[in-house]
Design a protein around this ligand. Sequence first.
Ligand code: GLY
Ligand code: MN
Ligand code: MN
Length: 418
Amino acid sequence: MGRGIAIIPTAPEVARNADTHYGYRHDSNFYYLSGFSEPEAVLVLIAGDEHKTILFCREKNLEREIWDGHRVGPDAAAEQFGFDAAYSIAQLDEKLTELMGNQPALFYPLGDDAAWDQRILKLRSAVQEKVRSGIRAPDEIRDVRALLNEMRLFKDAHELDIMHRAAAISTRAHQRAMQFTRPEIFEYQVEAELLHEFCSHGARHPAYTSIVAGGANACVLHYVGNNAQLKDGELLLIDAGCELDGYASDITRTFPVNGKFSAAQKDVYEIVLAAQAAAIAAAQPKQTWNAPHDAALRVLAQGFIDLKLCSGSVDEVLESESYKKFYMHRTGHWLGMDVHDVGDYKIDNDWRALQPGMVLTVEPGCYIRPADDVPRALWNIGIRIEDDVVITAEGNEVLTDAAPKSVADIEELMRIKI
Ligand code: GLY
Ligand code: MN
Ligand code: MN
């Protein structure tokens, strides 16, 4: 980062109602650099002739710990987490005014939080007031996320190990959901099975709100109501993944509520599955970020023509974008600490090349809403198939392969009920 000081606060606790808070989730950048997951903490990094890591965190407080649980406290934090120094969060402003002095540049998540912006600028002004004692305030303020996003995009062996384990837990959850699903139950009952499997394996939270969408609900891309009753003859689309040790997994499977695809459902399903296979095959080092999307689009366009959803040639469907009526999202995103993880998709206006260590999702779909010009047998079919893919030196590895996705494998697993 060059010489300077970086200040990275963690996320605030968020009230749900009255005295109750949402389950606490640290800020991803803060946790990436510190491994520390308590609220009310700030990491300071100094890069100069010597590098220094400093944590500000909650002090020990036996009274509060009786009510809210253990706090590491500055002394133990420095020792256990390997910071060069750690102080009480109450000392933050005073210490920062010292630490900022004579640093050429200040890096922090600029614009992320208005209150932090104000606080940091106020502290910088306080440093400026010391100019007559020969102390300068940082001339330059930069967004630290530009650096961190690029670091986080490339996962090391330790991160990949966690992501493998997260993917394995989510895979089991999807298997469980398939075996549990039957007509007449409610979407939220299937959601409960997913959460059960996540939590039973130590993944205490989903990485995002699970989508459990029966029938027409599958055509609502961000459906999270999860409160409808599942009917015989419908498909069920589940988009759900756990978070483990701060890393996300993200899987979608679509399967018949009664365990057997109808002919029309199977026709659409096989097209989406073939589109996904083409996209995964294109997720290779040196291919661009957009190659999997392009590969999926060509297969989907041909499929939409075959199903009489679109007319013309594949090139015409792609050129006119008539496919967007049935496939309106992109084929994936980076995956990591955030489900839609950080990292640029273009460099200098060109799609960037895929490189080993990058992790992405591959998730084509097809969503057919009722319309006069759409064959009636296809109405309300919504399908997405999503896997998590690591780019390797040789090609790629699909982390979530064990969740069944061929028609035969799904139907076979669903015969064994739990
Ligand atoms: N689950 C969010 C997504 O698939 O992008
Ligand atoms: Mn996704
Ligand atoms: Mn998803």
